[in-house]
Design a protein around this ligand. Structure first.
Ligand SMILES: [Zn+2]
Length: 207
């Protein structure tokens, strides 16, 4: 039993990494690591709380909160996926903090980039950052990054800036150049790192 338990813990630790650095690029994350029926993230969170799996808790909280309050408080879930008042309080408080971080930082990154000059690429709307074309493109980008259903959060998710536009992949919003997209990509990578580091504090697991 001990061997089975330690093997299971290893799998869990990979899917619910403690730090950003331990995050593998292609490993299954969160509840998708469980074979068979995929458990509800609330159920996983309950299990980890009961088992005292401290290192996996920040990620487990995140996986449950990213679906938003209606999922956290879903009354139709079975008992083992119903959160206790204490856990629910931490989850909701954390969700609000994460959402605020996500909205503020994404807004700053797109609308008020620090220390950057206007883009020099021809045809890029960012040549005139305050013009209507740029603002429209920025709004599209902002919505794409933070737009989430049910008021959850996507702060740890890598945003998709490119889409398939009839066989052509390199197409984003109205005319934003590759250089500008790259700047957003690296800005969002920083944000994910920051959000990761903040998870234990945000969910009240650490002072
Ligand atoms: Zn540009």
């Amino acid at each position: 039993m001990t061997a089975v338990r330690s093997q299971m813990l290893e799998v869990v630790r990979d899917a619910y990494p403690e730090t950003f650095e331990k995050l593998g690029p292609s490993k299954p994350l969160g509840e998708s690591v469980f074979s068979g029926r995929t458990p509800h993230p609330n159920e996983v969170l309950n299990l980890f709380v009961q088992q005292g799996l401290t290192s996996a808790l920040p990620m487990a909280y995140y996986m449950a909160t990213r679906r938003g309050p209606s999922s956290l408080m879903d009354r139709s879930l079975p008992r083992n996926a119903t959160l206790s008042p204490e856990v629910l309080q931490s989850a909701i408080t954390g969700l609000m903090a994460l959402r605020e971080l996500e909205l503020n930082e994404t807004h700053r990154m797109i609308f008020e980039p620090k220390g950057s000059r206007p883009c020099s690429a021809s045809n890029c709307p960012s040549r005139t950052p305050t013009g209507p074309a740029a603002l429209e493109a920025y709004r599209t980008a902002f919505d794409r990054i933070v737009g989430s259903s049910q008021f959850g959060t996507k702060v740890l998710q890598v945003p998709e800036f490119y889409e398939d536009c009839g066989g052509e992949l390199q197409c984003f919003g109205p005319g934003i150049c590759g250089g500008c997209v790259e700047r957003w990509e690296s800005g969002h990578a920083e944000l994910r790192k920051e959000a990761w580091a903040a998870l234990p504090r945000i969910f009240g697991l650490k002072d």
